[in-house]
Design a protein. Sequence first.
Length: 134
Amino acid sequence: RLYGGDQFLMVGDKLSVVPFQTGVTKKKSIVRNGVLSSSLLAGLSIGHYVELYGGVEGDFNFSGTAINKYKGKDANGNKKVKMNDVKTNTFTFAYKAGFFIDDIGFYFKYSPCKALENGMGPQWERCAFGIVIR
């Protein structure tokens, strides 16, 4: 997700970051990718209700899409612009850790791998957090 006055734009087959058009109000500008993941985790039970876990997660990234959404419309009359075929790295990994209290858990995931292929756009690392109910 981009913050401030920038948006994603495909230039050829490369993803670029450019300023928003004058007079257009950005709602959001994001990159999404389709992922199949598999985890190798180790856990430790503490007492009857608490469990800690951590390990690695391998990701197969099979699609990438950049999306710009506007409040109102852009110069071409679009409220949303979707750019397919963003060149993501095919295989990445992440470190994952979390804990459960009874059947509700929380996790944090950090990937030191770059999201996009080298030379195909800006580079960033990814992190995520969430809630798990089992």
